[in-house]
Design a protein around this ligand. Structure first.
Ligand SMILES: Cc1cc2nc3c(=O)[nH]c(=O)nc-3n(C[C@H](O)[C@H](O)[C@H](O)COP(=O)(O)OP(=O)(O)OC[C@H]3O[C@@H](n4cnc5c(N)ncnc54)[C@H](O)[C@@H]3O)c2cc1C
Length: 468
């Protein structure tokens, strides 16, 4: 029997449309390996909700694959496994986190040392960040021309089927998944995640089909409504590579074709959202500091009013603004929050409470099942006004008007704030206007007009510094 090769699984926990796995399968018997590496990303090691998802995703993959689980620095672990198995080659999917380029270099060096070939493939993105360039050969800083350049490249490569793999039998230890201690025990704060999600490739496919049948029609407008079920909720599946963006793209195109024009508007809008993910990764790839530092350097000395209590009340969903609190409670209960509400809650933290966007980014990193180094950083910078193609800082969401516009009957708020369940639609987004506001719900922690004025003054201070 020929010497085995190693498939190093990362954020590509699927078997179909998997370029690295297909190539590994063609090369010989495959040892499937996953390494939980908490060292290399440092402060950005997976947060709690991500770990819950990862556990269930690995459990799902293990049903089909004799997955070898290890913990430690990925390059060191790979070197050990190559030595122990005499593997001839290593296959993996490229990753774009700021620490990954150096890690992938070390992995390459480890392969050379072991006399093994090193093969890196794409698959996490539709387009490699180097491939999308503007007329001067630079990367795009603005989304619209970026997305146009993506569309101009033509359709992404066609989707490939499930790889037929000869999994290698070997003498390696097979420690159980529980040994990675990825799920919370005491307390089990993830109890509400199970009913909301089915991690793994089968769950991803089911979610995509359901969205194409039930959510895509009306997506362009409905995607802003947290009280409706119009969005795909594919973000954690895309993040963990349980489905490829190519599969999502191609299936959407097919649904559009079958609907002979009736889904064109909604489908185009959806594909453009998928391209925001590509744009986020292009920004992070070209700016490794992006998750920590404002892209617009004038924001470096922004006069934040850091205050632990304000941050805690926001995290707990006790701000007194129903749409904000409903979002924060949805997040805690399910590991997810609707995009419109992410924008409202993030804006509230940054502008009404004047807390640094990085604090919110960290909280989301720990609590979202789709916590993603590219999308999270780009979105927080977008809301904060300091990103590449960001919402202007002076555009400050009015939380109760946002609530009235996007959750008009108050169904979303009532779902997550049981203390407001009997409040009628007319006052649900401003319970403080009621003659007898519900006693169990706190009054607003800041007054909107004052908070707005304070935020604008803080923004004015950096503009002045810039001018002087
Ligand atoms: C403050 C803030 C933080 C965020 N943090 C994350 C995060 O950690 N991980 C994450 O995946 N998304 C993040 N987003 C983006 C967006 O909210 C989610 O991708 C979206 O809500 C996921 O739901 P969906 O799959 O139903 O989206 P759909 O509307 O069905 O969109 C389809 C896919 O397109 C991509 N997408 C959609 N909107 C965006 C966007 N604005 N930026 C980048 N990609 C997008 C996602 O991969 C998504 O699954 C954040 C947004 C905000 C405002």
């Amino acid at each position: 029997m020929s010497a085995p090769v190693i498939m190093w699984f990362r954020q590509d926990l699927r078997l179909s449309d998997h370029p690295a796995l297909s190539a590994a399968a063609a090369a010989g018997p495959v040892i499937p390996l996953f390494v939980l590496d908490d060292d290399t990303p440092g402060e950005w090691r997976w947060g709690g909700a991500s770990r819950w998802w990862l556990h269930h995703s690995l459990a799902s993959l293990s049903k089909d694959v004799p997955l070898v689980l290890r913990r430690g620095r990925a390059d060191a672990v790979l070197a050990e496994v190559m030595k122990a198995t005499g593997a001839r080659a290593l296959f993996f999917t490229r990753d774009y986190a700021p620490w990954s380029a150096a890690l992938e270099q070390r992995v390459k060096a480890a392969c050379e040392q072991a006399g093994a070939q090193c093969h890196r493939y794409g698959g996490f993105l539709l387009h490699e960040p180097e491939a999308i360039r503007n007329g001067s050969g630079d990367y795009f800083k603005v989304y619209t021309p970026f997305s146009r350049a993506c569309f101009a490249r033509g359709e992404p490569r066609p989707v490939k089927g499930r790889a037929q793999v000869d999994w290698a039998s070997h003498e390696l230890d097979m420690p159980p998944l529980a040994g990675l201690s990825l799920t919370p025990a005491n307390p089990d704060w993830a109890a509400g995640f199970g009913p909301a999600w089915q991690p793994g490739e089968a769950g991803a496919r089911a979610r995509l089909l359901r969205f194409l049948e039930q959510g895509l029609h009306g997506y362009a407008e409905g995607r802003d409504r947290p009280d409706q079920d119009n969005t795909s909720r594919l973000s954690p599946y895309l993040h963990w590579g349980e489905i490829s963006p190519h599969q999502v793209w191609q299936a959407t195109r097919q649904a559009m074709e079958q609907a002979s024009g009736r889904l064109d508007h909604d489908g185009e809008k959806f594909l453009k959202e998928v391209l925001w993910r590509e744009f986020a990764y292009s920004l992070v790839h070209h700016n490794p500091d992006f998750p920590e530092k404002p892209f617009r350097t004038e924001f470096t000395d922004f006069p934040w009013a850091e205050e632990r209590d304000a941050l805690l009340r926001w995290q707990r969903g006790e701000t007194g603004y129903p749409i904000v609190d409903a979002g924060m409670r949805e997040l805690w209960a399910t590991g997810f929050m609707h995009n419109r509400v992410r924008m409202i809650t993030a804006s509230f933290l940054i502008k009404h409470l004047l807390q640094p966007w990085q604090q919110g980014e960290r909280w989301f990193w720990d609590t979202l099942v789709d916590a993603d180094i590219g999308n999270n950083a780009a979105s927080w910078q977008w809301v904060a006004g300091c990103g590449a193609d960001a919402a202007p800082y002076f555009r400050i969401f009015n939380p109760f008007l946002q609530g009235e516009k996007f959750d008009p009957a108050g169904d979303y708020v009532r779902k997550w704030l049981p203390e407001l369940k009997d409040v009628p639609a007319a006052t649900i987004h401003r319970p403080w206007d009621m003659t007898f506001p519900p006693r169990a719900y706190p009054p607003p922690m800041v007054e909107h007009g004052k908070a707005r004025a304070r935020a604008l003054a803080a923004f004015g201070a950096i503009k002045k510094d810039e001018a002087s």
